[in-house]
Write a protein that binds this ligand. Structure first.
Ligand SMILES: Nc1ncnc2c1ncn2[C@@H]1O[C@H](COP(=O)(O)OP(=O)(O)OP(=O)(O)O)[C@@H](O)[C@H]1O
Ligand SMILES: [Mg+2]
Length: 362
């Protein structure tokens, strides 16, 4: 952070910035005078915007600001567990707080506040088990699909041979039923087997992908459905397979259209998350595409299952859209998350920007 920092200072800064805890230093007036990168990510604001804020403004709590003042006065540290901080970024976050008064006589007095997000740990644990379960189901379904696919080829071939031998054309109706149904099953099995090719990675602009989906869906959706967009134009290019990502966003946006009762709103939003953990890897930069609709939401008992193949809540659904989307995003090292309640369903597609490729502005 300090351009003229010398060697040891720079090392200390690197260590502080890479801690998993958010660190905030308050001066004797309880104004924020230093933050690490983790704190910037936690509060969703740059150091420039954060520095100078009072403890009350930052924590949005008179009680916590009062406790900090007591720590500064008395010299006694305190710890507060599972503290819900409101007004931070978009959602409230739950953190464990540790306040340590600094009383080194050679330095100006202050209080160091350490924040450890609890939500974050819960989210990582949940994601890891979700990914493991999805992988196991996917493998089982793939194995089964593969076994069914082989004899289908034989059935189709035999039906064609039989058709050639039939003298009575009215009987061909029956062989055509066999061929048609086999084709339908083969199509379903191909989709169950998942992405049949590896991603063709190129440097792409994520907004091209989202705009392509928006144009496609705008043309096919009922007129009562409004597709809005809220893009962060400063996002860097991403190394990804644009066609596969179009498929991902399309599957999710189509689900939103199908969930809305002929009218409603869908927002396509792009954002960057700095120092964000996907699975168990903490990435420097993650591009996030949110698809938010104001439809009825996903019933709670279904929310844990929607990414599994063949899970559907629609009479004419095959239940493959989300499982395919999740596999494609996993191939990009990313993850799709879902957060739903009546009136607001949000699917977040998280795509890590790999270092050195498409991350020039890092
Ligand atoms: N935005 C949403 N709002 C409400 N429910 C949703 C939403 N998105 C998904 N769902 C639920 O999740 C289920 C699974 O979705 P998925 O895309 O995997 O399958 P599908 O849409 O039923 O069938 P397919 O996409 O294969 O045609 C849906 O059937 C629906 O019940
Ligand atoms: Mg679908």
């Amino acid at each position: 952070m300090d351009a003229v920092a010398n060697g040891p200072e720079r090392t200390a800064q690197r260590i502080i910035d890479n801690l998993s805890s958010a660190v905030c230093l308050f001066d004797a007036e309880l104004r924020l005078c230093h933050v690490n990168s983790t704190a910037e990510a936690l509060f969703g604001l740059s150091a420039r915007r954060l520095l100078g804020l009072t403890a009350q403004q930052l924590l949005d709590s008179n009680r916590l600001a009062g406790l900090l003042a007591v720590a500064l006065e008395s010299g006694n540290p305190w710890i507060e567990r599972e503290c819900s901080l409101k007004g931070v970024g978009e959602h409230s976050v739950t953190v464990d707080l540790t306040a340590i008064p600094l009383q080194d006589p050679s330095q100006p007095p202050g209080v160091l506040l350490e924040l450890n997000p609890v939500d974050h740990q819960l989210r990582i644990a949940r994601e890891e088990s979700l990914l493991a379960q999805q992988r196991a189901t996917q493998e089982m379904v793939r194995g089964l699909a593969h076994e069914i696919k082989n004899p289908l080829g034989g059935i189709r071939g035999a039906a064609q041979l039989l058709e050639g031998e039939l003298d009575d054309p009215s009987l061909r109706e029956y062989t055509q039923v066999i061929i048609h149904e086999v084709d339908r099953l083969q199509d379903l099995l191909n989709r169950l087997l998942g992405p049949h090719r590896l991603p063709r990675m190129r440097r792409i602009n994520i907004h091209r992908v989202v705009e392509r989906v928006r144009t496609l869906v705008q043309a096919e959706a009922p007129p009562g459905i409004r597709l809005l967009w809220d893009y962060d134009p400063s996002l860097p290019e991403l190394y990804a397979d644009a066609d596969q990502l179009v498929q991902v966003v399309l599957n999710i946006v189509r689900n939103a259209v199908q969930a809305l009762p002929g009218e409603g709103e869908i927002v396509l939003r792009t954002r960057a998350h700095r120092r964000y953990t996907v699975g168990h890897i903490c990435h420097k930069l993650v591009i996030c595409i949110d698809v938010i609709d104001n439809g009825p939401g996903i019933p709670e008992e279904m929310q844990q299952k929607i990414f599994y193949p063949l899970v559907t809540g629609r009479a004419d659904g095959t239940g493959l859209g989300l499982s395919i989307a999740q596999s494609l995003v996993n191939q990009h090292g990313g993850l799709i998350e879902c957060d739903s309640r009546p009136g607001r369903t949000k699917f977040s597609i998280l795509l890590p920007v790999r270092e050195g490729i498409g991350a020039e502005d890092e």
